[in-house]
Design a binder for this molecule. Structure first.
Ligand code: NI
Length: 189
């Protein structure tokens, strides 16, 4: 089932997501629904808070970035209760977008290499190093679990310039071809 994606300004996007255990109700269904939602919206990542679940779970699928970014090919997996343990000093710029902020693309600096501990969808623990485009996608999604979105990282002046667009998104005044929930949309009378 395709789930609606919550838009910028929604309280769930601002909350710190909670860790989960293997007995979280209907987790398999949620993960399947999130895969379907991600494919439908042609994104490269989807965090549970974006479908209004404040839990520590995100999916990545780098394939839409292929062949522009060869290392994105077949990078498709689930991350549960992730913890970034280490980041490189070396930073890289990249123009990011987000399914919760349609039509906004901003350059964000992030470490180009990370070490992360996480559980897969079978609750098996992994510790891995990711770099380049894979580290980029992971860090963007990880940030959603901390109650932040990528525009929180842009320079204050730049963010001020974006305020009008961000407000319009939260009110539902944006052109998007997947289902969304807009926190400030006026109800029709
Ligand atoms: Ni996002």
């Amino acid at each position: 089932m395709i789930l609606p994606i919550v838009a910028y300004g929604h309280p769930t996007l601002k909350a710190v997501a909670q860790p989960i255990t293997a007995d979280y109700p209907e987790l398999d269904t949620l993960i399947n629904d999130m895969w379907e939602t991600l494919a439908h919206s042609e994104g490269v990542g989807l965090a549970a808070p974006q479908v209004n679940k404040s839990i520590q779970l995100f999916l990545v699928d780098g394939n839409p970035f292929y062949p522009d970014y060869p290392a994105a090919k077949d990078f498709k997996q689930a991350f549960i209760n992730p913890e970034i343990l280490e980041v490189s000093e070396e930073m890289e710029p990249f123009k990011e977008g987000c399914l919760s902020l349609p039509n906004i693309y901003e350059e964000v600096m992030r470490p180009n290499k990370i070490r992360i501990k996480y559980l897969d969808e079978n609750f098996q623990e992994h510790e891995e190093v990711f770099e380049g485009i894979r580290a980029r996608i992971i860090q963007h999604e990880y940030e959603h679990l901390q109650g932040h979105v990528f525009v929180d990282n842009v320079a204050p002046l730049r963010k001020t310039l974006l305020q009008g667009k961000l407000r319009a998104i939260s009110e539902g005044k944006c052109d998007v071809d997947y289902r969304m929930v807009f926190p400030r949309k006026k109800k029709h009378r």
